[in-house]
Design a binder for this molecule. Structure first.
Ligand SMILES: C[S@@+](CC[C@H](N)C(=O)[O-])C[C@H]1O[C@@H](n2cnc3c(N)ncnc32)[C@H](O)[C@@H]1O
Length: 178
């Protein structure tokens, strides 16, 4: 694995640091061997960087509801100047899918009790919306409340303060993706 555009010296553990300290870090994998039933496939490169960060009154994940519609607050999505042009066309009242990188997730977890309810049997994380998963992408359907330059107030959203945002897409009507 190699790291490009490092602002600070960081490793994968850097994902647990203040997200602002790794703004332009891109993780690139030279190759990933995937054992696909006896055949080893050479995978390609992937890179991801934060478009911006959420500024939310939710300061820790334990205090956040499981989904936005379960009582989450609004939050400001502060987009980095280098990608702010990509916000053009978004208007107050629009519905968006915000895709976050749930940076405090446990990436080595493959089984979980749904909704952290230990009375429910363990299931695989891919059968749940658990934030703890190998690639901790969060999907959040939100409404645009306000726009101020390169900041967009959206909600309701249950991702905590400082969560990196890695993509923004409009909700299709009728919803086609979830
Ligand atoms: C169950 S996940 C759902 C995320 C998204 N709505 C989805 O379905 O993909 C939401 C939970 O993730 C946790 N969480 C919020 N922000 C986080 C972050 N930056 N890193 C790790 N966990 C986070 C909170 O405990 C919150 O209740």
């Amino acid at each position: 694995m190699s790291i490009a555009f490092c602002k600070t010296r960081a490793s994968r553990a850097g994902l647990r640091q203040d997200p602002r300290s790794f703004f332009l870090i891109m993780y690139t994998y030279d190759s990933v061997d995937i054992d696909s039933g006896g055949n080893v496939m050479q995978e390609t490169h992937y890179s991801l960087f934060p478009l911006g960060f959420l500024r939310s009154p939710l300061k820790d994940r334990g205090a956040a509801p499981n989904q936005g519609r379960e009582g989450a607050p609004d939050a400001w999505l502060e987009v980095h100047a280098t990608v702010a042009e990509g916000l053009e066309g978004i208007e107050v009242g629009d519905e968006l899918i915000v895709i976050t990188w749930l940076h405090q997730a446990g990436r080595d977890i493959l089984k979980t009790h749904p909704r952290n309810d230990e009375t429910r049997p363990l299931v695989g994380v891919f059968a749940t919306r658990s934030p703890d998963r190998p690639n901790p992408l969060g999907l959040h359907r939100v409404t645009v409340r306000e726009i101020a330059g390169k900041s967009v107030k959206v909600g309701p959203i249950e991702a905590i303060d400082g969560t990196p945002v890695v993509d923004i897409k409009p909700v299709l009507s009728p919803p086609a993706d979830f």
